[in-house]
Unconditional design. Sequence first.
Length: 437
Amino acid sequence: MTDLAWQVDVAVIGAGPAGCSAALWLSEMGFSVALVEKAGRLLARLDDLQLPQNWVLGAPATSTADLARQYAAHIEMQPGIRIALGETVAEAWRSRPDGWRFVTTTGRTIKAGAVIVATGLQARTFGASSGSIAPFDAQQLVRQRAGLPVGRFLLLGGGDNAVENAVYLARAGHAVTLWSRDRLRAQSYLIRQLDSLPLARLCLRIAQPMPERLVSDMTGWQVESVAYGAESFDHVAVLFGNAPDRRVLRLLAGADGAVEALPQAGVFVAGDLSGRWHPCISTAIADGVETAKQVQRWLQHELQHDRARLGSAISAPASGQQTLSLTGLRFAANVGILAHERDAPQPIEVDAELNLGPQPLAPRDDDITHVLDYRKVRQIIIDECTARHVNLLESLAGKVCARLLQLPGVQGVRVKIVKLEIFDDCAVAIRLAAGNW
Ligand SMILES: Cc1cc2nc3c(=O)[nH]c(=O)nc-3n(C[C@H](O)[C@H](O)[C@H](O)COP(=O)(O)OP(=O)(O)OC[C@H]3O[C@@H](n4cnc5c(N)ncnc54)[C@H](O)[C@@H]3O)c2cc1C
């Protein structure tokens, strides 16, 4: 397989907080992921915004850009996630039983069992605008506002973005006209800040019909309206909010298909695209987690269908019962009720067998991301046994079984845990079998 042909469990389109959070959870749950981002970098919409994140729990005063860097670094070091930057989906089609196939704008092909679309929002525009430059949208304005020459500034809109920018720009010395078709919809703490601005810096036009025309040239803007006639401005921003960017969803749904998510076809949406009541970094991350869990459930359901198909062909020589075994894994763990067991870890030995059910004798390819990686199984056993002190070997065996049963494709688990040095003359072990054998 060349690097231009990827086969993964899940393709995630859009690497904002929602897409990255979904990709992270999926890879932690053992799925292979392709993360496709049309910008040249992860978290592109956040990575040069310098807004302090008092809103994000645990990150007071961290800037949006710093958060974006931390999230990107986490994704880049996460095993099991392949990242395609500067690419988007050019063609998509679904072929059962394999799932989805994509061709990206660089010619890469991606096969995936399920797809998450997390393409966020796109700014609503003003139809009657023409000329050599376009008005700022919210994102451009926040990025550039600190460096703009002071002048006459027209802000169209009445939501949080419009009012926050009006306050910022007036404080920076601009003469701001805030023009809203309806009454202001911004949060009251923002509206209150308008009262503190010098009158000469702020002109409010509230509940007024929008201008007829905005025309730009290299020197600035001519704005025409019935109520105010022809006016000149140095800068204009259109802050009409955003709408879900459904372009990739439309592509997946096909020209005649429904535009919403198609869970029955393995298509899920996450983040701002899903129409969050309050779109922000925190809700996007939470949404990524929920979507990853939905995808996990969906893939496991699909896998059961595959197994049923394979099961009906059990007499065919093409498949066999597969078991993954780890034997003699030794390390120290905090387990036991005796005083010396509470004080210090003791050596234990773990054997584990994982029933992977019927599997083709010839795997569909030779790719580690399509099988259960035994390095991950080994690490999970160590992590579960060393996370904290437990009293009973039975509890430890139960924890390990429960965790291993969550891994994709695992039907049954057998675990044996031995206390190697509990007595001078013998070892003591607990065996536990769970799930299907
Ligand atoms: C100016 C501005 C300031 C903001 N400030 C804050 C703030 O201070 N705090 C806060 O919590 N929230 C803030 N937000 C909101 C926050 O940025 C979003 O709610 C959050 O980023 C949503 O995450 P998401 O992953 O759903 O979408 P996005 O972050 O929008 O990510 C979507 C990703 O998909 C990519 N994409 C789009 N189309 C395609 C395609 N066809 N193929 C591949 N990739 C594609 C985009 O390039 C982008 O990287 C702000 C938003 C804006 C616009």
